[in-house]
Design a protein around this ligand. Structure first.
Ligand code: DAT
Ligand code: MG
Length: 151
């Protein structure tokens, strides 16, 4: 198995609903390693680049409006198989289909207000980290607990 980095964003509804602590707590408790964290009001241009794969879809305009409607908590995390594992923690894209115990399954009801983003591939993770973060905003550090999480 491989150690990967990923980009996680708490969307404007997570901020408005006061769910920052709850959601971040789930990633910390899982044992993922926090490398970068910042509270940003994304520009339309940034969100359009972030979601460029969805350009032309019927929900695209609504998605860009939602994502620019307020500040987002952008973050970079590292962990073993974190890309698939973090998406499991999020649950299905449509919260009405997301399993209980997942972030979307527990806390959301609609696909257009699904609280959180996580990269879906190593290439997209690197692309998204580069869009949202300057290199110096991503820290390199190790913690004493490391060997109790990864053998
Ligand atoms: P995910 O966020 O699980 O990676 P995605 O990349 O397919 O899902 O879509 C990006 C976002 O676009 C998703 O989080 C919510 C929105 N979206 C996707 N499909 C949608 C749909 N059918 N109707 C409304 N919004 C949708
Ligand atoms: Mg996606």
């Amino acid at each position: 198995s491989c150690v990967e980095r990923t980009f996680i964003a708490l969307k404007p509804d997570a901020i408005q609903r006061g769910l920052v602590g709850d959601i971040i707590n789930r990633f910390e408790r899982k044992g993922f390693h926090l490398l970068g964290l910042k509270f940003v009001q994304p520009s339309r241009q940034l969100v359009e680049k972030h979601y460029e794969e969805h350009l032309g879809r019927p929900f695209y305009e609504g998605l860009v409006n939602y994502m620019t409607s307020g500040p987002v908590l952008a973050s970079v995390w590292e962990g073993k198989n974190i890309i698939s594992s973090s998406r499991s923690l999020l649950g299905a894209t449509d919260p009405s289909k997301a399993a209980p115990g997942t972030i979307r399954g527990d806390l959301a009801t609609q696909v257009g207000r699904n609280l959180v983003h996580a990269s879906d591939s190593p290439a997209n993770a690197e692309r998204e980290i580069g869009l949202w973060f300057q290199p110096e905003e991503v820290q390199s550090w190790s913690r004493a607990l490391k060997k109790w999480i990864n053998e």
